[in-house]
Design a protein around this ligand. Sequence first.
Ligand code: NAG
Ligand code: NAG
Length: 353
Amino acid sequence: MEGYKSISSMKKWLLLCILCILLPCLHYGWPRHYQFFASSQWHKNGDMLILLWHWPFGQSYGLGGDVCWDLYRIPHCKLVDQRSLFPSADVVVFHNRELIQGSQKLPTEFPRPRGQRWAWMSLESPNHNGNLQQFANIFNMTMSYRRDADITIPYGELLPMESEGSLVEDNSVNKSSLVCWVVSNYQSHHKRSRVFKELSAVVPVQVYGNWKQKPLSSKDLLPTISRCYFYLAFENSEAKDYITEKLWKNAYQGGAVPVVLGPPMSHYKDVAPPNSFIHIDEFKSVKEMGQYLQQVAGDKKRYAEYFKWKQHWMVRLQTDWRERLCKICSQENSCSPQYKVYSDLEAWDKAFI
Ligand SMILES: *[C@@H]1O[C@H](CO)[C@@H](O)[C@H](O)[C@H]1NC(C)=O
Ligand SMILES: *[C@@H]1O[C@H](CO)[C@@H](O)[C@H](O)[C@H]1NC(C)=O
């Protein structure tokens, strides 16, 4: 009897557990799938349908075939940009720039299918995102370089090397400039401009870009940077996690040691290789930093320390919007989306640290 009793109570528990798992699916998933069954060929294979409402900056990419699988090995993820598929989309993605400029509008006149989520996407820093107060209580997801976004889409990432890389060759050959900076949008109120001024009073800084009428073509960018010991990877904004291709591409791929100004040191330490960059906060003054750069450039061994990470890590750039969109599927693993609404997107966006 005892055994029988415990088996039956176990059964009850099992049933309860199954119900707990199934109920949310019933609530969010099945009715929706049923409702749009005729219009939706995707859901039958368990595919997620991601609708991009408009292409960022008006530049479209091909979505033929199974893009997420073919390019990124992400299964069951269908990307589309046909607005007629709105009723069957699981997630609809809106790029912020066009919304803020008014060239695109949210389809608020259509009823939002139950369970469908709207994603707000931006790779810009808060002070370039505009006023987001108008978007209160609209979006269910955020896609941004920020690590606390629902879908984090960084400018670049670090991958561990499968086998130890070959010893890096002498990094100090062919260097003709101590410090280089590429700047097109120079504004004297930017912190980076003040630091540049102070630094160039201590050490020579070679400046490229539109500001000094020395534009660099994309072909010339990395070879030019490779001839510099240090590259000023100065962000135009100091914002949480805002680390752009200036670090990932220009400095690391160019082969110059990045001197960084942007988010605090700890944000860089969390995502960038150890001992691969110099943060301006490491110094009491810009003058001190200038002296340090000079010393390190004059000491082959010390300079080489800044490249040791290349034996263990590889930098991978993320530049394709399709990859960012496919990422939505790879980060979703439950059958029912969690209820979530950004009641104050402006506050979320403007939060610092
Ligand atoms: C240095 O420059 C020379 C001539 O431009 C080139 O042949 C050589 O590959 C360069 N070395 C490195 C390590 O970049
Ligand atoms: C998404 O946000 C809308 C608007 O606030 C809300 O009605 C809906 O329930 C949310 N959906 C999910 C799955 O969180």
